[in-house]
Design a protein around this ligand. Structure first.
Ligand code: ADP
Ligand code: MG
Length: 142
């Protein structure tokens, strides 16, 4: 049997006097779906932020497919195939559904945004979710 795709070992993270993560070990194998359960403040979001490159851990290591993985920022993580879908329902209420869906990963050619490609990506995502009816060029409904 091959090793885990993802292995977190001894992950620690402190915010001032608060120890958010105190030596977390977690292994995830291909095809597995995990639920991270814990009370408010247990450190779930912090762990996912470490995994997705938002926070650097104070200690501990992560291996992705057996290789050291230490994303410096979320784009690093995304390039490695790790992305976080945030809990907030509307990330940017003043932007359209399309703009929210491609936020931070806007298709572009040089300095120019490719709006039609953005709309195509959004339409595909909404269709996949069975909600092609959502008006994607308007701000998300509250
Ligand atoms: N950016 C931050 N600055 C200071 N403290 C933080 C920060 N992020 C999280 N914490 C603290 O770390 C602990 C874990 O928080 P969090 O990971 O958000 O828990 P959960 O997602 O399980 O509710 C909490 O005590 C929280 O207040
Ligand atoms: Mg949380």
């Amino acid at each position: 049997m091959s090793g885990p795709r993802l292995r977190l070992s001894g992950i620690r993270k402190r915010f001032g006097a608060t120890t958010a993560l105190d030596g977390v070990d977690l292994e995830i194998r291909a095809g597995e779906i995990h639920a991270l359960v814990g009370e408010n403040g247990a450190g779930k979001s912090t762990l996912m932020k470490v995994l997705s490159g938002v926070h650097a851990p104070d200690a501990g290591t992560i291996e992705l497919d057996g290789r050291p993985y230490a994303p410096r920022h979320p784009l690093d993580a995304r390039r490695a195939g790790i992305a976080m879908v945030n809990q907030e329902l509307a990330l940017a209420p003043h932007l359209s559904v399309v703009e929210n869906l491609v936020l931070g990963a806007e298709p572009h050619r040089g300095p120019f945004l490719r709006h039609r490609e953005s709309r195509r990506i959004a339409a595909e995502a909404l269709a996949q979710l069975g909600r092609p009816d959502i008006p994607s060029t308007r701000p998300p409904a509250a």
